[in-house]
Design a protein around this ligand. Structure first.
Ligand SMILES: [Cu+2]
Length: 608
């Protein structure tokens, strides 16, 4: 599935690659008078470099008019292209094959690079230089290995000096799908890496050809091929006589080694090359996240985008969260069913987030039962990762409490856990994920749990009741990341009951009526000073605990921190539109935009 703009670009790029490669292959075999090894060199390099490979072929090697190839390829820059093509065809093939294999094996990046260098060098030296060129160079295979070792070493070093940083920075960059050979992005990075490697290896190849240490381009005509009549642009024949001194060669080889070291080692200053595709492959990180050389894989996985490919259902504005969950009684136990899955959830017209959801809704369904009830909740996990559920604030047996690895083994993908307890308290509570809580609750795994008192208390009742479940979201470039108080994790959308203003509910009531608002701190890392316009309310319960009448107090703002609950009773004193909203201005915007007077954590009480 195409999930980022780069994916569309890559589809176009690889169509161009296919067309370019087909053209070069067709033209080489139909028209171009040169040895088979060079035909294959250009075909392979065009496979890696696409239109750029085709461009080099046409400008430097394709016979412009019959009989002109010999003269056409003579300029040194073209000979340099031929020599580099030859090097890249062998080296890059080895590097790309090794990269695909090491990624599948899950080797750390630093080891990948070493294996890739060794494989690339081996492919270039033992196959492309020594084996394929043997017939042209004369001599035995091992003589060829000896003769081509140093030129190949220099060329390979410069090529890897260009290719390695491209791979390190992009594979371990924001979009680590680049580490997975099953992703188009991986092959895109390989393409770009080969282009960079070609550019860094080219100057050295020009020098090697000029010095007679490497072959450039050659002409070989079918009619006289049995006579092995060949001509190389720079030298009269394939017998190369080098005028390079040992000191010159040593100096160039030394610098190539330096370039190689920098290309291989320098990126380790910025990216964590100890990680493998198995650790972080496929993760897409939020823009602005600090990722340095010691950022652990777990930190990256924690903050990574929800993979849109995991979404099982998409919901529009007609779907609501916090719907009361139906239950049935079985042998005296009240049974509820919860399941977790990845959904796409609409928070505003035209704005959808990718969420982790209980029962396909954000917030999860409202679980309501009575003090004294025996309750069993079956939780089935359909997330791509493990989870658990914690019943926040409840007095219950330890094994029913939910913290992963502390009171229970996490519920694996497809697994089920039965939570069962007797409700001894009453009031406003919440339930939420307690496995990878930093990530899962911030992506929507929470819901209200309302326990009605065994003995109704009229002083806690009002004409209307409204539950406010708070959450922050981070949505950028069509991907949803768990919002957290971290660099790169700061939220840009805010919801009450899964909707941002102006898509939030409007509460309708009449002058003189009372409204009980249950504020629930279902938010994961942010405190919201929740304020109601039109005069103070009375705080009647905190964290599910009913306040004695002497302890109740009047206020117009309560700081709702993560996990906290405030039950307040507000009286409609005058008609009009009165706001419930968070008093942090940024939390009443949608992606920093105010629509119809605000956004985010705002809802209207319409009093008539
Ligand atoms: Cu707020």
């Amino acid at each position: 599935m195409l999930i980022r703009p780069i994916d569309y670009f890559l589809v176009v790029w690889f169509l161009l690659v296919a067309a370019s490669t087909a053209y070069v292959a067709w033209d080489q075999y139909r028209n171009n008078p040169e040895p088979t090894v060079m035909k294959w060199g250009f075909i392979l390099v065009t496979l890696y470099m696409g239109p750029i490979g085709a461009l080099l072929y046409i400008l430097a090697d394709k016979e412009p008019r019959p009989g002109e190839h010999e003269n056409f390829i003579k300029p040194l820059w073209k000979q340099g292209v031929g020599s580099t093509i030859h090097c890249v065809a062998g080296d890059a093939t080895g590097i790309i094959l090794a990269a695909a294999v090491t990624a599948m094996l899950g080797l750390p990046m630093w080891l990948d690079l070493i294996v890739e260098y060794a494989t690339g060098f081996a492919f270039g030296l033992f196959i492309f230089q020594s084996l394929f060129m043997k017939s042209m160079m004369g001599g035995t295979y091992w003589q060829n290995v000896r003769n081509t070792f140093l030129p190949e070493f220099v060329s390979m070093n410069f090529m890897m000096a260009g290719m390695a940083p491209v791979m390190s920075f992009l594979m371990m960059g924001r979009d680590m799908r680049a580490m997975e050979p099953t992703e188009l992005l991986f092959w895109g990075v390989m393409s770009l890496g080969v282009i960079a490697g070609f550019a860094t290896a080219y100057p050295a190849n020009v020098w090697l050809v000029k010095g007679g240490l490497k072959h450039g381009l050659m002409t070989e005509r079918k009619a006289d091929s049995h006579a092995r009549s060949m001509s190389s642009g720079h030298h009269g024949g394939h017998e190369m006589k080098s005028d390079v001194t040992p000191a010159q060669l040593a100096a160039v080889a030394g610098v190539s080694l330096l370039a190689l070291s920098i290309g291989m080692i320098a990126p380790a200053n910025w990216v964590n090359l100890r990680l493998s595709s198995r650790d972080v492959g496929g993760a897409i990180m939020p823009p602005g996240m600090i990722m340095d050389r010691d950022t652990p894989a777990e930190a990256m996985i924690d903050m990574a985008a929800v993979d849109p490919r995991d979404i099982v259902q998409t919901y529009g504005l007609d779907a609501r969260g916090d719907r009361e969950l139906t239950s049935h009684i079985e042998t005296g136990v009240r049974l509820f069913d919860l399941d977790t899955s990845v959904i796409r959830w609409t928070i505003l017209p035209g704005v959808s987030v990718d969420a982790y959801a209980f029962n396909g809704q954000v917030p999860g369904p409202r679980i309501r039962f009575r003090q004294g009830d025996r309750v069993r909740i079956n939780v089935t996990n359909r997330l791509p990762e493990s989870t658990t559920v914690h019943w926040h604030g409840l007095i219950l047996p330890n094994v029913m409490d939910g913290p992963a690895h502390i009171t229970q083994e996490p519920i694996g993908k497809g697994g089920l856990y039965r939570y069962e307890f007797t409700a001894v308290q009453s009031g406003t509570y919440l339930y939420h994920s307690h496995d990878h809580i930093d990530r899962q609750q911030a992506l929507g795994l929470y819901g209200a749990m309302i326990i009605d008192p065994a003995e109704p208390d009229p002083s806690l009742e009002a004409d209307h009741e409204y539950i406010v479940l708070l959450q922050e979201w981070l949505m950028r470039e069509g991907l949803t990341y768990p919002a957290m108080p971290m660099d790169g994790g700061q939220p840009n959308y805010f919801t009450i009951n899964g909707r941002a203003y102006p898509a939030t509910d409007t509460i309708s009531m009449k002058v003189g009526e009372t409204l009980k608002v249950r504020f629930i701190g279902s938010s994961n890392g942010f405190i919201h000073p929740m304020h109601i316009h039109g005069g103070p309310f009375e705080v009647v319960a905190i964290d599910g605990e009913t306040l004695q009448s002497s302890a109740r107090y009047r206020a117009d703002t309560v700081n709702v921190g993560p996990g906290q609950r405030y039950d307040v009773i507000w009286t409609a004193r005058h008609s009009g539109k009165w706001l419930i909203h968070c008093h942090i201005g940024h939390h009443t915007t949608n992606n920093n935009v105010e629509t119809r007077g605000g956004g985010g954590l705002m809802t209207v009480i319409d009093v008539r």
